[in-house]
Design a protein around this ligand. Structure first.
Ligand code: C5P
Length: 221
């Protein structure tokens, strides 16, 4: 491990979707596979980092035994796990597709299909990344993802500012092979000085490597 660039650095990574319960058998979720976050956790571990991987429900497995994986279900659980580890982290890479809304009430018994129409009231979840952004100390590096379908760069820069990030990883659903379930991704990195790097379509492992190079750079600044 000696000599690796991230030795003695604690890095928090979130990955995967969240499940927001409707009743004991149903939930609201999204298409996130967790592949990008797990690729990041593996890459960080290979660079010597102490990795805490906070994972929503996913079938992904990490390659390194050294990675400490914490499994969570809901956005609220993910927030708690992140808050428990943020203060002692040198960097956080928030790759999870956290639900933006969650049911206001969770039925304690399976809901019966008696009605023709059925409404579920939702309330906003806490934005984990934004919360960490308000708690960030100087020297801590905070990285977010932005999956956009239109006005990609402007939206990404707005998120970078609003959430007090050091780096945002933009992936567009308009690029073939990018986003959700693919083993490949095409990203643009934008740092808080608005330096922009556009990368080619590549494997998520290679994308993780590109992100880590930038993160090491930011940690050492
Ligand atoms: O605002 P938007 O959801 O597009 O921002 C995406 C980024 O914010 C991702 O890095 C995601 O992990 C993070 N996020 C979060 N908590 C939320 C929503 C998004 O950490 N509730």
């Amino acid at each position: 491990k000696k000599g690796l660039p991230l030795v003695n650095k604690k890095v928090l990574v979130t990955a995967g979707p969240t499940h927001e319960a409707i009743d004991p058998v149903r939930f609201i979720s999204n298409h996130s596979s967790g592949k990008m976050g797990f690729a990041l956790a593996d890459e960080l571990a290979s660079l010597g980092a102490d990795v805490i991987l906070i994972a929503g429900p996913t079938v992904q497995l990490s390659k390194y035994k050294s990675i400490r994986r914490i499994d969570v279900l809901s956005a609220a659980d993910m927030l708690d796990a992140c808050l428990a580890h943020f203060e002692t982290s040198d960097a956080c890479i928030m790759c999870a597709a956290v639900a933006d809304y969650t049911p206001t009430i969770v039925a304690n018994k399976k809901i019966k299909k008696n009605e023709s129409y059925f409404n579920i009231e939702l309330k906003k979840t806490t934005d984990i990344l934004k919360t960490l952004g308000t708690q960030k100390r100087s020297g801590q590096v905070l990285v977010g993802f932005a999956l956009e379908t239109n006005n990609e760069e402007d939206n990404a820069i707005e998120k970078l500012r609003k959430k007090n990030l050091d780096l945002i990883v933009l992936n567009s659903l308009n690029d073939a092979g990018a986003g959700f379930k693919n083993d490949t991704n095409k990203v643009t990195l934008i740092d808080n000085a608005l330096n922009k790097t556009v990368f080619e379509l590549k494997s998520k492992t290679e994308v993780a490597r590109d992100i880590c190079v930038k993160v090491i750079d930011l940690i050492n600044k």
